[in-house]
Design a protein around this ligand. Sequence first.
Ligand code: NAD
Ligand code: UD1
Length: 338
Amino acid sequence: MKILVTGGLGYIGSHTVVALQQSGFEVSIVDNLSNSTIDVLEGIAKITGITPQFKFLDLRDKSEVHHYFKSHKEIDGVIHFAASKAVGESVENPLLYYENNVNSLVNLLQECKKQGIHNFIFSSSCTVYGEPDGLPITEDAPIKKATSPYGNTKQISEEILFDTSKVSHLKAIALRYFNPIGAHASVEIGELPLGVPQNLVPFITQTAYGIREELSVFGDNYPTQDGSCIRDYIHVVDLADAHVVAINRLLAKKNTTAFEVFNIGTGAGSSVFEVIQTFNQVTDQNLKYKVVDRRPGDVIAVYADTTKANTVLGWKAKFSLADALASAWKWELKIRKE
Ligand code: NAD
Ligand code: UD1
């Protein structure tokens, strides 16, 4: 079986390519390298012994996408990661986000329809829930007005998939990721944030390495047990495995509706202070941090109800927060040595 992975040289995509190859799939990657480098291909090959097929392709280019699909007729399914993902940047440049995240999806789906490719996995996000009314959050919780253009592109994309699946042979699964962290155990692939990291874990590892002076904890006066925000941090290797399970579900025609949605998290919420404490424990360090004002737009607490993913999809996270943080630290050490 051959799977096309868009954005397959990116953080989650590269880990998923490894998981797919290790499950026996043949993988083709398309990526425009806007947030990744070609070296990742080598990292993948070092882990699996197989260099996946790669084509430089910008999915916004409708005619190039058409040419690609015309010359690759043997694709059994698509896993679509390629997108822009920086929330702040999306507020400053919404058109870039609507163009990249929405147009690319439409271009892909049009070609899937033409070529008779029915199986499609989409990278969605827990950001579609906004500030939840109840926790843990289930897939049928209401979708609230998005707080950023990035979040809106994920909501619109899910609607595009739902509408298309109603009137065509498309079978799609949207995986709503919670907070992916960590790196592959081999440390051949991991997260490569550009510039100053906006996300918590890369900021922690860079601070521990001495690249950043100290971590700013965005608020300690939230209505949570220790005053800091709560998130569901999931090891990227667990997340990658969820894609293999999801594509197998579609290939085996086990889906119950044409469009399905699953939360992909651990089911456990961790506060920012708990993350710092766990990081200190697993790395035997004492991370420097200071408490600063709340970050505008931050949700207070969100973590997944994973019942549907566990029982219907048949996937469950295996790694702990400590495992994920240890792997993130190992990765930071590895990339600084190079
Ligand atoms: P990433 O930036 O590391 O990977 C995305 C890849 O897509 C990059 O290699 C980039 O070069 C490529 N790309 C972007 N636009 C493209 C285009 N027009 N044509 C071809 N390639 C293009 O991001 P990631 O963290 O691996 O995220 C993957 C997906 O998961 C994204 O859709 C993202 O929105 C979603 N997601 C990520 C997170 C997270 O915290 N990382 C959380 C929820 C959802
Ligand atoms: C962010 C995105 C979300 C995306 C998710 C996964 C925003 C508003 N949301 O979510 O759309 O799906 O990443 O990529 O950006 N924190 C600090 N100090 C820091 C960095 C973070 O205290 O330097 C705190 C934050 O306040 C938050 C937690 O750490 O409570 C996690 O932050 P982050 O890694 O940025 O992820 P999210 O805010 O959950």
